[in-house]
Design a protein around this ligand. Structure first.
Ligand code: AMP
Ligand code: ZN
Length: 112
């Protein structure tokens, strides 16, 4: 399967890592949309939020348990937004589930 984020997990495409363990990888977005912009992904390929199910939801819980520490370690002190674009209307461009952590500035009040 030709998947950019699976290639980042394998290390064949480099990334600036923010956190890694056996289940997940967090790395800095190549085109940041905020002073701190990190992507957190499951190492296992899941296509999007639509691909979350009984079999893999423990990894999603683990990701959300870790997000506060990842944000803090990256220097975010005054709040942040967690976003996952799912499908075409949401402009999901990489079909491997990822959670954007955006922070380091006052963000827009509206999300859409
Ligand atoms: P989305 O539009 O929600 O699918 O988000 C995909 C994100 O991946 C975008 O914010 C891109 O800037 C980011 N991205 C694409 N390629 C890379 C890469 N090689 N390393 C880090 N981030 C990337
Ligand atoms: Zn993948």
């Amino acid at each position: 399967m030709d998947c950019l984020f699976c290639a980042i997990v394998e290390g064949s495409i480099p990334s600036k890592k923010a956190y890694e363990d056996d289940k997940m990888l967090a790395f800095y977005d190549i085109n940041p949309q905020a002073p701190v912009h990190i992507l957190v992904i499951p190492k296992e390929h899941i296509s999007s939020v639509d691909g979350i199910n009984d079999e893999n939801s423990a990894i999603i819980a683990a990701i959300f348990e870790k997000i506060p520490a990842i944000a803090k370690e990256a220097g975010i002190t005054n709040g942040y937004r967690v976003v996952s674009n799912c499908g075409d209307d949401a402009h999901q461009t990489v079909k491997h589930l990822h959670f954007h952590i955006l922070g380091g500035q006052r963000l827009e009040g509206r999300m859409a």
